[in-house]
Every structure is written in C-alpha cells, then in structure tokens.
Design a protein around this ligand. Sequence first.
Ligand SMILES: Nc1ncnc2c1ncn2[C@@H]1O[C@H](COP(=O)(O)OP(=O)(O)OP(=O)(O)O)[C@@H](O)[C@H]1O
Ligand SMILES: [Mg+2]
Length: 342
Amino acid sequence: MTRHEEIGRGGNAVEVRGLVKHFGDTKAVDGIDLDVREGTVMGVLGPNGAGKTTLVRMLSTLLVPDAGSATVAGYDVVRQPRELRRTIGLTGQYASVDEKLSGWENLYMIGRLLDLPRSQARKRADEMLERFSLTEAAKRPASKYSGGMRRRLDLAASMIGRPRVLYLDEPTTGLDPRTRNEVWDEVQNIVAEGNTVLLTTQYMEEAERLASELTVVDRGRVIAEGRVPELKAKVGGRTLNIRPVDPRDLRPMATALAEAGLDGVGGSTTDESAGVVNVPILSDEQLTAVVGLLGQRGFPVADISTHLPSLDEVFLALTGQKATHESGEAQDPEHETKEVAA
Ligand SMILES: Nc1ncnc2c1ncn2[C@@H]1O[C@H](COP(=O)(O)OP(=O)(O)OP(=O)(O)O)[C@@H](O)[C@H]1O
Ligand SMILES: [Mg+2]
C-alpha cells in the first residue's frame, strides 16, 4: 500500500476546488471548496439533501464531477482514480456488508478484493475483528449482528486496506447513544494513528466531538466553515441553564452574573415560567467561573445543565432560514459501494 508516500503539497490530504454535480435540475453539489489537513477530522455538516453523500461519492471516484477538481492524497479524482482508490476507505451511509456472510468472511472477501494474498487477507481479517471488538462474533452471519456491531464491521471493512484517508458518511445515524459512543471512540483511534477522516453528519454533537474543523453545507454550497469553537461562537455557542431552588433567586442571580461580567455576549436571559436563567457560554473558563460565583454567593441551585445549539439553530443563525428537511430522500442503496477494489 501507499501508506508511506508523501501526502499532497501543503499538508492537505483532501483538496476540493469548485466541485459541481447536478442531477437534472437538482444542484446536488454546486461549487464546493474544501481542504482537509492531513491527520485531522473534517466534519461536513448539513441537513438532508445538502449534497454530503454526493460529495463523498465524487471524492471516492464513484461519481464523476461535472466541473471543478479534487485531489485526495495528491491523486486527482478524475485522472488517477485507481491510485486514489488505493489510499481511501469508505463507510457508506447505508451499511453494505453481505448479510449472509459472517463478519470474518466479509472482511476476508474485502481483503481479497484489494488483492491481498490469502494468508494476508486472513491475518488482516483477524486483526480488524480484534481491533473492533468483534472477535467473538467472527463466525456469526452479519444478519445476526446488532446495529452497532454492523457499524463496527463497516468500519473494520473500510480499514482493511489501511487507508490513509477515510470517508465516514453519517456513521452513527440511527444508532443508540451508547453505540454511537463506541463508534466515536473508534474514529478517534483511527485519527490518533495519523489517518485523515472526512466525516459527514447531521449531528452537531458528533461534529463537535470528532471534528477539528467544520464545513457547513446547504443546497450544494458551503455556507460556513471554520474551527468548531469559532463556528459555535458565531452561532451563539452553548447555553447554560441554571434553575435555582427558589424562583425568587432568578433575578438576583442574573444581576450577580452581569455584575461579575460573566453573562456572556448579549447577556443572560431570565425565563420566569421555566424558572431558569439562560447564560450564553463562550468558553470553559466562563462556565467554571459562573458555577464558582453561584457557589460563592450561596444561591441554592436545583439544576444546572448546558445546552448545545442544534443543527437547526446553527442553520437559523447562519442562514436566517430554517433548515429544510427534504423527506423521503432515500437513494438507491445499490449505488452505495463500501469496499473499493482498485
Ligand atoms: N443519483 C441521483 N439522482 C438524482 N438526484 C440525486 C442523486 N443523488 C442525489 N440526488 C439529489 O441530490 C441532492 C443531494 O443529495 P445527497 O444524497 O448528496 O444529500 P445528503 O446531504 O447526503 O443528504 P442525507 O443527509 O439525506 O443523506 C438531493 O436533492 C438528492 O435528491
Ligand atoms: Mg447522504
């Protein structure tokens, strides 16, 4: 494999310039620029139909762009598809393991498709099952796997060829919170090993947990980009909700925070009916100071929680419009190809 080759110039594993893909009147991807630094996770955030999967499919050579250019690990998506495919792994939005085969057989088959000799394909299948905690389930058919196990098998499958650049298309959509955490841990391990990940997601929390930088897309265009804290600050960041034991403390609490200069940009708001003070939080230091001040002043607090902006709130803030959620955008799963044989 090409693991030790130098990645492109300037340390970008992925470089996308003016990429376009239209389907009839649908401008699925309508001029996207994107740089993913080597060894980082880029989060591509967007609602249903934003163009995320179309982008990933172009970067995987599964779709040919109408215009623009893209390189992955220095390889051009149009001119060097074979070389490019050898450096990438793809976990599609729709699980695409063969249900009838066991976990081990799925992985072995992919190894063989990637031209590994039999003995190596066997070894690699064992390693990946171990790595993704599936060794005990190795012989069971994938149809008997839970949702989380399947996603882990998907990840294992996309790692068989030791990709340097991994695309994860909504890797945790439909998973329960515990399983989602397992997948997140695996993604973090993959990046800790020096690989680069392009992650599409509709979950702000997932983007925040995994991605160092975000690109927000809507209707085929980039509507915002930047490091996660910058973007969150732009859209208002987190909110701290404080519920005093005694609702009569609401106003004095808000006043104390304002006097200490701890009520964030725009100031806190007091919601009398809900019995909470909402404080915009811009940094962990501010959060710690707010909690400290409440203790110092001796306000008895019944509940305190932070609230992240939802994707809808981000969209509202960035575009001034509510996010559009096209329904029933199911694509033909046949078009989703997970393993990429060179
Ligand atoms: N093969 C295709 N033929 C026609 N239209 C398509 C095709 N693939 C995607 N589209 C359309 O392009 C737009 C972008 O779709 P895409 O699947 O890239 O969005 P997405 O951001 O991945 O959405 P989701 O979050 O629902 O997966 C949608 O309007 C979709 O209907
Ligand atoms: Mg998609």
